[in-house]
Write a protein that binds this ligand. Structure first.
Ligand code: SF4
Length: 336
């Protein structure tokens, strides 16, 4: 049973504080009609090229990774970045319809679309709603190159559509074992399940990759060689890494509190001290530049280790895919 732990929302005037044990939570689903554009242009500081076009059919994520940077987006909706992010899930059922309408107007200017960043596109609700699947069908119609980042084997359900797309499916896999993953990724499919799904997609001829993300300084650097080797065995051809980013006070507070609950104190102290040593005594990066390509010594050393093994195993990065050549006729004229 989960109990509510929501650090104060900086956009709300008031926040609840419980005297004694906070109440247990339950999963709540809110269906919302999206009225604006569903393609968002977002700057991703860890990605080559920076700017990404993303689509998210859901907000919040039941996978509940304690380090998740998307927790802050739940605060924009008036919820908390802690338990609320994992249990109050917003679903936008009309996303595929709006995506089609938007692509009719913007396809020529759309180099690629990523399904990720604000949530996992294959969170368990997707099994029922099938919104990511329907959006992929739209992308296949309009021949938009696609990137997917997920932790869920549910993506294998959509092999038939993925085969029609120019696509890379990345599995976010920062820890080698269930034991290491569990304190930080309590409700996600275990690493072995993600590797199995990666193999299934690769065997089906779909380009797959691994995102060793995040590296938590003092905790999982040693997993890098093993993760890349397992990914290679599972057919992946692309790999990227990113360091832990704790972008807001609420994410930092939640992350630290969960470490204290789930890890021995000596381990927690090692992680906190390792991070603070590099970030001027703070768990947060000192600047957005440092957050991005990360010019800390820690980042350089970790990146060198990652690059060495990545090169040794022949991985490519996660750059934007080559554009798909479109027919001379406007594409929607061929479609409708
Ligand atoms: S699976 Fe991704 S979106 Fe979901 S909580 Fe984990 S990091 Fe965040």
């Amino acid at each position: 049973m989960r109990h509510i732990i929501n650090p104060p929302n900086p956009y709300n005037r008031y926040s609840a504080e419980y005297v004694g044990e906070p109440p247990p939570t339950k999963l709540e689903i809110f269906e919302e009609t999206a009225t604006k554009k569903v393609i968002t242009k977002a700057f991703a500081s860890d990605w080559e090229g920076g700017w990404r076009y993303t689509v998210n059919c859901y907000r919040g994520c039941v996978h509940g990774c304690t380090y998740c940077f998307a927790r802050q987006y739940h605060e924009y909706l008036g919820y908390g970045a802690g338990t609320d992010f994992e249990t109050k899930i917003v679903v936008k059922p009309n996303t595929p319809t709006l995506l089609r309408q938007e692509l009719k107007k913007t396809r020529d200017k759309m180099p690629h679309i990523d399904f990720s960043f604000a949530t996992d596109p294959y969170l368990p609700l997707e099994a029922e709603y099938q919104l990511t699947r329907k959006c992929l069908e739209v992308c296949a119609e309009f021949r938009v190159p696609v990137g997917v980042i997920t932790k869920s084997p549910l993506v294998t359900r959509d092999i038939d559509i993925l085969k029609k797309l120019k696509v890379s499916v990345f599995f976010s896999l920062p820890f080698l074992t269930k034991e290491k993953s569990n304190p930080f990724e309590p409700y996600t499919p275990v690493p072995e399940a993600r590797f199995r799904a990666m193999k299934m997609l690769s065997d089906a001829g779909i380009q797959t990759g691994i995102g060793v993300a995040p590296i938590i300084p003092g905790y999982n650097e040693s997993d890098i060689p093993g993760l890349l080797e397992r990914a290679k065995e599972s057919g992946a051809t692309r790999a990227f890494m990113s360091m832990l980013h704790l972008d807001t006070d609420s994410i930092e507070e939640y992350f630290v509190q969960k470490m204290h609950e789930r890890l021995p104190e000596t381990r927690v102290a090692k992680i906190i001290n390792t991070i603070k040593r590099e970030r001027g005594g703070s768990l947060r990066h000192r600047s957005y530049k440092e957050r991005g390509t990360g010019k800390t010594e820690q980042w350089e050393v970790t990146k060198r280790l990652f690059d060495f093994h990545s090169r040794r195993l022949g991985f490519k990065g996660h750059e934007v895919p080559e554009p798909v050549e479109l027919p001379a006729e406007p594409l929607q004229a061929n479609l409708f």
